[in-house]
Ligand binder design. Structure first.
Ligand code: NAD
Length: 285
């Protein structure tokens, strides 16, 4: 049923999703408007295959074969025209996602499922831009995709039972665990996670503790696998700010983005991807 997939947007998430699909031997094309992002994705995906071989999750022969099944292009039509499922992972901007879904609706065959990897936004609103809202769904992957087991499947207002079933089958096919969530801003995970991260940022701003100590307190005291500030750096502070802005707009005051987060993004401190966020990564590059 899922012979070919396309992933649109080759940033932090898109490249991870393309790897998660490709490593299982499913043909996948990764598309981005930015050639440099595609080049970076190629290196990233190659590295992920090496890690999988080291961990004996895949043999060298299988890795070589599956690596060949991952394609890269700047041409959306080429990527999506014969895909059974398309997963959109572009910036968290509603207008951009709507514009893309309209194009995908025109390009793809009538059976294709159109999925968004949005962290917070309404799959119903995105689906309404298409003539196939029943075949639209959100598949929310987690960062880093190769390591993180979960896909949060979000059912929009018009998402059909058949699409939900197929989304579950797709998740299983690529070896992920799934939860089914009814649409509400921020779903189950981002709503909680953004609030924790924002509170940690407010605590840094208020001088409650150092970045390191706040993260350490959450890890060793509350058993979080990562501190909320190192996690925000991994997500990308620009992406996190867009998430917070959307949640603030839809869910109200308690989601007001921490002013320190706003200031960091203005300064170009975007976390790991820019070399500096709450932590400094420049020495590790
Ligand atoms: P990112 O900024 O790392 O990458 C976005 C990519 O989209 C860039 O490579 C950009 O060139 C590309 N792009 C922009 N416009 C495009 C277009 N019209 N067509 C094709 N490509 C285009 O963003 P990200 O962090 O990977 O986030 C992508 C999506 O995934 C967002 O909706 C975000 O909320 C969601 N998400 C992010 C995380 C995370 O931890 N970063 C986790 C889960 C979900």
């Amino acid at each position: 049923m899922f012979k070919k997939a396309a992933v649109v947007g080759a940033g932090t998430m898109g490249r991870g999703i393309a790897f998660a699909i490709g490593v299982k031997g499913i043909e996948v094309t990764l598309q981005d408007i930015n050639e440099e992002m595609l080049e970076l994705s190629k290196d990233y995906i190659k590295k992920q295959f090496e890690i999988s071989i080291e961990k004996q999750k895949i043999t060298e022969e299988e890795a070589a074969k599956n690596l060949e099944k991952i394609h890269y292009t700047t041409n959306l039509e080429e990527a999506a025209k014969d895909a059974d499922i398309v997963i959109e992972a572009v910036l968290e901007l509603m207008d951009l996602k709507i514009e893309l879904f309209k194009k995908l609706d025109d390009i793809t065959p009538s059976h294709t499922i159109l999925a968004t990897n949005t962290s917070t936004m309404s799959p119903t609103e995105i689906a309404a831009a298409t003539n196939r809202p029943g075949q639209c769904v959100a598949l929310h992957f987690f960062n880093p995709v190769p390591k993180m087991k979960l896909i949060e499947i979000i059912r929009g207002l018009e998402t059909s039972d058949e699409t939900m079933q197929k989304a579950l089958q797709f998740g299983e096919l690529i070896g992920k665990e799934c939860v089914q969530i009814n649409e509400f801003p921020g779903f189950a995970t981002s709503r909680m996670n953004c609030l924790i991260g924002n509170e940690a940022m407010n605590m840094v701003m208020e001088g409650v503790g150092s970045v390191e100590d706040i993260d350490k307190a959450m890890k060793l005291g509350l058993n979080h696998p990562m501190g909320p500030l190192e996690l925000a750096d991994l997500v990308g502070l620009d992406t996190r700010l867009r998430n917070m802005e959307y949640l603030h707009q839809t869910l109200g005051e308690k989601f007001r983005p921490c002013p320190l987060l706003v200031k960091y993004v203005k300064a170009g401190r975007l976390g790991r991807k820019s070399g500096k966020g709450f932590y400094d990564y420049s020495a590790k590059k």
